[in-house]
Design a protein around this ligand. Structure first.
Ligand code: NAI
Length: 320
């Protein structure tokens, strides 16, 4: 029996699919029986200009190989039009890959509102608009698969990318919430931080390294996560590229509980600092801490070791 993961009869929308990772996803899904909407605005990597050529080239390549694809040239900011293309051409949507992206790298000192806003429009608003338009279809048919695209810059920060980092980490919170809201309807959402050779990375990485980072090597994980056989891996964050696949998760220190009375001062916090940041007994939370339970426990504690006298009178404290 063939072990191929197939997507026959399914409709996949890939944004920013005129090149790089998006193109690799499209070619793969079409080769496995899916009908594909190849969306691309066709601008520069800085988000300037537009052209239908990028999407057309990929559609032609898929059709020439016997696959099914249509082009869409809208900006992801108009995600509803992209999803409409899927419905008009193929009558449904099953998988959404929010992949479109641009860069506006500049040191924070020199960052302009325009650099910030454009990055948020494309990455955050674009992903929202596409997912929002697909959501009613996913709910109604009790089936949907979403991949959002973060970045190592979003998870860890990167020089010159304050705008991009903030937008890319937004993809994590967005995905975690979609996962929680969608699971009841068999809508599975995951977020990847890929690494691959593309026009985005070709100017910042040496050719020998780029040769080891084929976009095609991000595709298998995306296939596994979006396949109908995946019914439980949702809300997860993955690093993927160059053969490496790893899952990331949040870690919470066991923390420190302080008594909430007038001994709860900055000095009391400082006295417990080593415990606050001690990760020797970590938790891996998927939700907020149990604040009600913790508050009850904290009330039972003895007074804190203050380290300083509290004064909430508003008087300017004298240096002692
Ligand atoms: P790419 O530049 O080859 O592909 C991005 C595509 O998005 C382009 O074809 C571009 O025309 C399209 N696009 C840009 N703005 C658009 C808009 N408003 N509407 C529709 N299409 C639009 O770059 P690559 O590397 O393939 O990037 C794909 C995704 O992966 C991006 O979200 C990027 O931020 C992310 N990423 C890539 C990494 C890498 O190592 N290549 C690293 C981390 C994240």
């Amino acid at each position: 029996m063939s072990e191929q993961l197939r997507f026959d009869g399914q409709v996949v929308v890939v944004t920013g699919a005129g090149g790089g990772l998006g193109k690799a996803y499209c070619i793969f899904f079409a080769s496995r029986g899916a009908s594909v909407v190849v969306n691309d605005l066709g601008g520069s990597f800085k988000g300037e200009g537009a052209s239908s050529k990028a999407a057309d080239v990929v559609v032609n390549e898929i059709k020439a190989a016997g696959g099914k694809a249509v082009a869409n040239y809208d900006s992801v900011e108009n995600g509803d039009r992209i999803i409409d293309t899927a419905i008009k051409a193929f009558g449904r949507i099953d998988i959404l890959i929010n992949n479109a992206g641009i860069l506006r790298d500049v040191s924070f000192k020199n960052m302009k509102d325009e650099d910030w806003d454009l990055i948020f429009k494309v990455h955050v608003k674009g992903s929202y608009k596409c997912a929002r338009a697909a959501w009613p279809y996913f709910r109604k048919q009790k089936y949907g698969r979403v991949i959002n695209t973060a970045s190592a810059a979003g998870l860890f920060g990167n020089f010159g990318q304050a705008n991009y980092s903030a937008a890319k980490l937004a993809m994590v919170g967005f995905t975690e919430t979609l996962a929680k809201e969608g699971i009841k309807y068999n809508i599975i959402s995951n977020v990847i931080a890929p690494i691959a050779a593309s026009r985005m990375t070709e100017t910042v990485m040496p050719p020998d390294l780029l040769a080891l980072m084929k976009p095609e090597w991000v595709v298998p994980l995306v296939a596994v996560l979006t396949h109908k056989s995946n019914t439980s891996e949702t809300g997860s964050i993955f690093e993927v590229g160059g053969g490496h696949i790893a899952k990331l998760r949040w870690e919470r220190s066991s923390g420190q509980l302080l008594k909430c009375d007038d001994t709860y001062t900055p000095g009391a916090v400082l006295k417990k600092w080593d415990d606050v940041s001690n990760f020797s007994k970590p938790e891996h939370p998927t939700g907020v801490a149990d604040f009600v339970g913790l508050l009850e426990q904290s009330q039972k504690l003895p007074a804190n070791e203050k380290g300083e006298e509290p004064d909430f009178s508003g008087r300017v404290a004298l240096v002692t």
